[in-house]
Design a protein around this ligand. Structure first.
Ligand SMILES: C[S@@+](CC[C@H](N)C(=O)[O-])C[C@H]1O[C@@H](n2cnc3c(N)ncnc32)[C@H](O)[C@@H]1O
Length: 350
């Protein structure tokens, strides 16, 4: 077993050599507040704990890599439930607190913490049996931390090794949110008596992360895309996916709502631990992501909203996302032709 590195403060990565955006990204995880929010998200944190407990026979005597360990919570779950040794890696200074917590909770001999970018650290093992990581961002892919998990998989995971979680999917549905959309846009028509409306296209371009009342979701739901972490490649994270949903009632569709679902590996024959970040599911800190549409679509039950979502990392900052939604709203019945609309909207998640 390698000597514990829990007293080392050196970083394998020279932060000053990182780009400003990268420095800013890792700075954002320095403060305890963001970790408090994640820890207190019990849907998130208990799903990891429960998945580890459900698979404790698989964790027994295994070497585990925790990619982006933060306060070390997942490392401690793994060590507590049978792992032979856990290596936690994080670039942010929060790892110094993780060292204290690991020691305080009696895991110093089982957990090695390494500071630096996962891509730069040298692990005390050539291969690991299991990777655990909480990498998911808003709209699943915002932050692009999955890139790092895929790097860890390809570099360190033994053949047939396990990744927790190993399946994630993005979903979409239509949304009635006229009041908020109007309020948000109308404000710019009269700012202390001046016309500020040129701001409106800028505001429309930014998706909003917020909790959405499930009663406002007025179409069926559709799975946009699923990623199997055992096999997905970096290039698959730029995707183009079709969707088709059906209006459930007479209403307005002012935007679409997106969320993701997460699945952990499970022993054969057992139901996997899963959680959803949808409006129909209990609260998580990921909330939901709303893309307002340029059109307000007047729908009747049975009308179809279909289209394509195109998503890729932004060229200037690859942790941001460029998203394009092409939609074709096909209304039937009274004034169907007038109500039908086709459009293309572009967004930047940043
Ligand atoms: C979403 S937090 C999860 C923290 C912790 N695992 C938990 O579940 O509470 C992601 C963590 O990964 C770290 N991280 C992101 N990319 C990294 C990389 N390339 N190398 C090392 N750490 C990274 C961040 O600093 C952050 O602390």
């Amino acid at each position: 077993m390698p000597a514990s590195k829990t007293s080392t403060t050196d970083s394998a990565t020279d932060k000053q050599k990182l780009s400003h955006t990268e420095q800013h990204y890792f700075d954002s995880y320095d403060h305890y507040g963001i970790h408090e929010e994640m820890l207190q998200d019990s849907v998130r944190t208990l799903s990891y704990r429960n998945a580890i407990i459900q698979n404790k026979d698989l964790f027994k005597d295994k070497v585990v890599l925790d990619v982006g360990c933060g306060t070390g919570i997942l490392s401690m779950f793994a060590a507590k439930h049978g792992a032979k040794h856990v290596i936690g890696v994080d670039m942010s200074s929060i790892i110094e607190m993780a060292r204290e917590l690991v020691e305080l909770n009696g895991f110093s001999d089982k957990i090695t913490l390494l500071r630096g970018k996962l891509e730069d650290v040298v692990l005390p093992y050539d291969k690991v049996d299991i990777i655990i990581s909480e990498w998911m961002g808003y709209f699943l892919l915002y932050e692009s931390m999955l890139d790092t998990v895929l790097y860890a998989r390809d570099r360190y995971l033994v053949e047939d090794g396990l990744i927790f979680p190993d399946k994630c999917s993005i979903h979409i549905a239509g949304l009635e949110d006229s009041e908020f959309k109007q309020e948000k846009m109308n404000y710019w028509h009269d700012v202390y008596g001046f016309d500020y409306s040129p701001f409106i296209p800028l505001i429309m371009k930014e998706p909003i992360v917020d909790t959405v009342d499930n009663n406002l979701v007025n179409t069926t739901r559709c799975k946009l895309i699923e990623f199997d972490l055992n096999t997905v490649k970096l290039e698959d994270l730029s995707f183009k996916a079709d969707f088709k949903v059906e209006a459930k009632r007479q209403d307005w569709i002012n935007g679409v709502i997106c969320w993701f679902d997460t699945v952990f590996p499970a022993p054969k024959g057992e139901t996997p631990i899963t959680f959803s970040t949808g409006a129909h599911a209990p609260y998580t800190h990921w909330k939901q992501t709303v893309f307002y549409l340029a059109d307000d679509l007047e729908c009747e039950a049975g009308d179809i909203l279909k289209g394509t979502v195109t998503c890729s990392p932004n060229n200037r900052n690859n942790r941001d996302l460029d998203v394009k939604i092409d939609y074709d709203f096909i209304a039937k019945g009274v004034a169907g032709a007038e109500r039908s609309k086709k459009n293309e909207n572009t967004y930047l998640m940043h």
